[in-house]
Design a protein around this ligand. Structure first.
Ligand code: SF4
Ligand code: SF4
Length: 136
């Protein structure tokens, strides 16, 4: 049975040179979906949704960790209570995943949950308590 797991990967300058995605596909038969990538020769971060059977996912996870890549499962997510949001914009600049933007036409703050890496910064920054942490 095929299952999904979502991870945040942190690369060093050394591990950023590795063909990790290609190995996941070719060696472990994993289907990767890159949800967010900020990686260059200096390192960076990648949010990755991977799909495969349980055994393949475990092997893929072990391979990634063996390469010295820090790997954290995103087993939580945040949601927004639209009724509470006052579009103050406090969350826009503090979000490391750029999950918020201000719509130029309306000046409303738009939340894109697919970009979220569940760092929880907006939950602290949101005075009206519109942002909520939920476990999967
Ligand atoms: S900080 Fe909270 S109230 Fe302000 S725009 Fe963001 S979600 Fe809305
Ligand atoms: S928890 Fe909030 S601040 Fe952190 S990535 Fe998600 S939307 Fe952005």
């Amino acid at each position: 049975m095929s299952i999904h797991r979502k991870y945040l990967l942190a690369f060093t300058p050394e591990s950023a040179k590795l063909p990790v995605i290609a190995v996941l596909v070719q060696k472990f038969g994993i289907i990767p979906n890159i949800m967010q990538a900020k990686v260059n020769e200096k390192g960076g971060r990648l949010v990755l949704d991977i799909e495969g059977d349980k055994e393949s996912l475990e092997k893929a996870k072990a391979y990634i960790q063996e390469q010295g890549i820090d790997m954290r499962e995103l087993d939580k997510h945040v949601s927004r209570d639209e009724w509470r949001c006052i579009h103050c914009g406090a969350c826009v600049s503090i979000c490391p995943a750029e999950a918020f933007h201000i719509e130029p036409a309306t000046y409303e703050v738009v939340f894109t949950p697919e970009k979220c890496i569940a760092c929880e910064a907006c939950i602290i920054a949101c005075s009206p308590k519109a942002m909520k942490l939920e476990l999967w």
